[in-house]
Design a protein around this ligand. Structure first.
Ligand code: HEC
Ligand code: HEC
Ligand code: HEC
Ligand code: HEC
Length: 245
């Protein structure tokens, strides 16, 4: 039974990969700021209430007219968050994982997953649609009817009812220089500053490897908004930034 289940899963996985490689547009960033970058949704049709604005899809300057606060940890977040639960990459099956990891994604990873876990629509803003944005729930990352692609979903797999993150790099995990042989306070993360400056409360999050704004001096042009390229310059340069292998 166990083997049968594994075989079925990997077949499904191959199907997904095939689909993703045919269907995924190469929407790499150009490392020159958010305008025109993969996160510039100003001209997207699902942006019906505030067309033309870039930042508002994620940040709103005031809590005005809100029916309830969406995220109180900062960053003026204007979006509903995912209520999914996740199976983390964890020590239960990786005996070499040493660092402290949050039981569920937190901090900035939670913000990114609000779009990238595929469970929540891109137009899920505050509940008060009239003020802060539409709330139609039509366009989700897993959808084929809109101009986003399932290839951008971090994990298309489920573990029971949980979004399965076991196949994604550990998230919301402490970065411990001693563990990797590098010092986060002095070793650089590309041109973004030192490694410590891209940690979120000392933890590795999505934003540690990616710059969501595709900013000049942060994201490397021609990559998936990465802070260090993996396939140009030093091979696997991003990985070698933190892992002394
Ligand atoms: C408003 C929803 C939303 C949020 C929040 C969001 N993303 Fe995205 N992201 C998208 C969509 C939609 C795409 C696909 C864009 C396209 O189809 O070109 C995307 C694309 C990407 C890509 C691929 C870009 C490329 O060049 O191939 C990366 C990497 C990425 N996002 C990382 C992040 C990270 C990291 C965060 C959090 C720090 C984040 N995103 C937050 C919606 C979002
Ligand atoms: C797709 C979602 C998204 C969009 C669109 C977006 N941001 Fe952000 N922003 C984030 C996330 C996620 C973070 C936290 C991660 C980080 O700091 O890298 C963040 C962090 C910030 C921060 C604090 C940290 C820093 O980098 O300085 C500022 C300021 C900011 N954004 C401003 C803006 C402005 C201004 C715009 C529009 C021009 C904008 N953002 C558009 C998602 C977004
Ligand atoms: C340890 C570094 C690291 C972390 C942490 C990380 N990523 Fe990535 N991500 C990468 C690399 C490297 C690629 C390019 C993969 C490739 O080209 O095969 C990538 C690719 C992507 C892509 C492009 C589509 C794809 O799957 O190739 C998206 C979208 C993305 N990441 C989103 C996220 C989000 C959202 C998070 C947090 C939930 C996250 N990443 C956390 C390193 C990271
Ligand atoms: C920002 C720093 C950082 C970057 C960049 C980074 N990692 Fe990691 N990685 C970590 C940390 C921290 C851990 C957790 C280490 C631990 O707890 O033992 C980890 C864990 C891992 C593990 C799991 C180890 C285990 O014992 O189960 C693998 C495999 C891994 N990383 C590979 C990669 C690869 C491949 C890349 C490039 C795509 C990469 N990492 C990029 C910091 C990073």
């Amino acid at each position: 039974m166990k083997y049968l289940r594994v075989a079925t899963l990997s077949l499904a996985g191959m199907g997904m990969l095939l689909f993703a490689s045919i269907g995924t547009a190469q929407a790499n960033g150009n490392g020159a700021g958010i305008i025109g970058s993969p996160h510039d949704f100003a001209a997207d049709t699902w942006q019906t209430v505030r067309p033309g604005e870039i930042c508002r899809v994620c940040h709103v300057p005031h809590d005005h007219g809100r029916s309830g606060q969406t995220y109180t940890v900062g960053l003026l977040w204007n979006r509903q968050l995912s209520t999914a639960s996740y199976t983390m990459y964890n020590a239960a099956w990786s005996s070499s994982l040493d660092n402290a990891q949050s039981p569920q994604p937190d901090g900035i990873a939670k913000l990114c997953l609000g779009c990238h876990d595929g469970t929540i629509a891109l137009d899920e803003f505050d509940k008060n649609a009239a003020v802060n944005g539409a709330r139609g729930g039509v366009a989700s990352l897993g959808d084929t009817i809109v101009d986003v692609n399932a290839g951008f979903q971090v994990s298309p797999f489920l573990d029971g009812a949980n979004v399965d993150l076991r196949g994604t790099h550990p998230l919301s995990i402490a970065y411990n220089g001693g563990d990797t042989g590098l010092n986060p306070d002095t070793d650089p993360m590309g041109t973004s500053g030192d490694i410590a400056s891209v940690l979120d409360n000392g933890k590795v999050q999505c934003s540690t490897c990616h710059d969501v704004h595709d900013g000049t001096g942060e994201a490397v042009a021609g990559t998936h908004l990465l802070r260090v390229a993996n396939n140009t310059g030093t091979g696997s340069g991003l990985c070698l930034t933190c892992h002394d292998k």
